[in-house]
Design a protein around this ligand. Structure first.
Ligand SMILES: Nc1ncnc2c1ncn2[C@@H]1O[C@H](COP(=O)(O)OP(=O)(O)OP(=O)(O)O)[C@@H](O)[C@H]1O
Ligand SMILES: [Mg+2]
Length: 282
C-alpha cells in the first residue's frame, strides 16, 4: 500500500472532441509523485498542463490510463486534493475567514474544529489581522494567500497549483515562492505546481517535468538535487535552469524543423515564401 499522498499517473491520455473532431490533448503521460514531494510542471501554452491538473483534482472524468492516489483510482473531486488557480476565485461578498471556511463545506469536522482550522490556516499564510477583510480590501498577493489557505484548510494530501503567482509582480511573486516553500515544509504534503516561470519551477521543485505540446506529453523530467534554501544566483542553480530551458529550445527547434519539412513537401511555389531581397538578410 503506497503512503498517503502518492500519486501514480500511468500512460494517461485525454482527448477533447471539438466540432466532431477529436483533439488529442494528453498522450501517455507517466509520472510518479512521492508523498511530500514537490513537482513543478512547465511547458508551452496549450500543452495540457491545466488539463492534467483538472484530471488529478477530479474535475474531468473521461480519460484513458491510470490515475491513482494512494493506490485508489481518482473518481471525482475530494477533500484529499486541493487546487489553487491563477486567479484567486474568492467570493467578493465573503470575508477572508468565510472564504477560507468554504474549503471545509463538505468536511466532517465539528463547528469548533472548523473555526480552529480556519484560524490555523490564516496564521499559516500570514494573514492574521485580516480575518474580516473583504477581497476588494486585499492585494493580489494577499488574495492568493487566502486561496492557498482555502485549498489547505481541509488538510488535503495533495495540493495542486495552476500558475498561482502568474498575475503578480516580480517582488510579490518571489516572496510568495518563499512562503509556499515554507508552507510545503510545514505541512509535509505533496505539491504539484504548474508554472511558466522556469526559475520558479527550479526554485521550488524536487523535479521539473518539462512537457511537449500537440499532443501534451512528458518531454523530460529534470531532477533538482539542490538543498534548501536555494540560491538563485548560484552556479548549480543556473545550470539546472539552463538544462530546463534547453528542453524548450529543443522543442522550438523540432517545431521549426517540422514546419520546414511541411513547406518542402508542399513543393515549389506553394505556401509562404520570403521576398527574394530578404533572403540574405536573414
Ligand atoms: N474543455 C475543453 N474543450 C475542448 N478543448 C479544450 C478544453 N480545455 C482545453 N482544451 C484544449 O486542450 C489543450 C490544452 O489546454 P490546457 O488548458 O490544458 O493547456 P495549458 O498547458 O494549461 O495552457 P496554458 O499554459 O495556456 O494555460 C488546448 O489545445 C485547449 O484548447
Ligand atoms: Mg493552463
Amino acid at each position: 500500500m503506497p503512503h498517503a499522498g502518492t500519486l501514480q499517473i500511468g500512460q494517461l491520455s485525454k482527448q477533447y472532441v471539438v466540432n466532431d473532431e477529436t483533439l488529442p490533448v494528453l498522450d501517455h503521460i507517466t509520472l510518479t509523485v512521492n508523498p511530500g514531494e514537490f513537482v513543478s510542471i512547465v511547458g508551452s501554452s496549450g500543452c495540457g498542463k491545466s488539463t492534467l491538473l483538472r484530471l488529478i483534482v477530479g474535475l474531468e472524468a473521461d480519460y484513458q490510463g491510470e490515475l491513482l492516489l494512494d493506490g485508489q483510482r481518482i473518481v471525482g473531486t475530494s477533500l484529499d486534493r486541493g487546487i489553487v488557480f491563477q486567479e484567486h476565485r474568492l467570493f467578493p461578498w465573503l470575508n477572508v475567514e468565510q472564504n477560507i471556511a468554504l474549503g471545509l463545506l463538505n468536511a466532517r469536522f465539528s463547528e469548533a474544529e472548523k473555526a480552529q482550522s480556519v484560524r490555523e490556516h490564516i496564521a499559516l499564510v500570514g494573514l492574521e489581522g485580516f480575518e474580516t477583510a473583504y477581497p476588494h480590501q486585499l492585494s493580489g498577493g494577499m488574495s492568493q494567500r487566502v486561496a492557498i489557505a482555502r485549498a489547505l484548510v481541509s488538510r488535503p494530501e495533495v495540493l495542486l497549483l495552476d500558475e498561482p503567482f502568474g498575475a503578480l509582480d516580480a517582488l510579490t511573486r518571489a516572496h510568495l515562492q518563499q512562503e509556499l516553500h515554507r508552507i510545503w515544509q510545514a505541512e509535509g504534503i505533496t505539491m504539484i505546481l504548474v508554472t511558466h516561470d522556469v526559475e520558479e519551477a527550479v526554485y521550488l521543485g524536487d523535479q521539473v517535468v518539462v512537457m511537449a505540446p500537440r499532443p501534451g506529453r512528458v518531454r523530460r523530467i529534470v531532477p533538482v538535487d539542490l538543498a534548501h534554501p536555494r540560491d538563485r544566483a548560484s552556479l548549480a542553480f543556473a545550470r539546472i535552469k539552463e538544462d530546463v530551458l534547453a528542453e524548450f529550445a529543443g522543442e522550438a527547434a523540432a517545431a521549426t524543423a517540422a514546419r520546414h519539412a511541411f513547406r518542402h513537401d508542399d513543393g515549389p511555389g506553394s505556401g509562404w515564401q520570403l521576398p527574394s531581397g530578404l533572403r540574405f538578410a536573414l
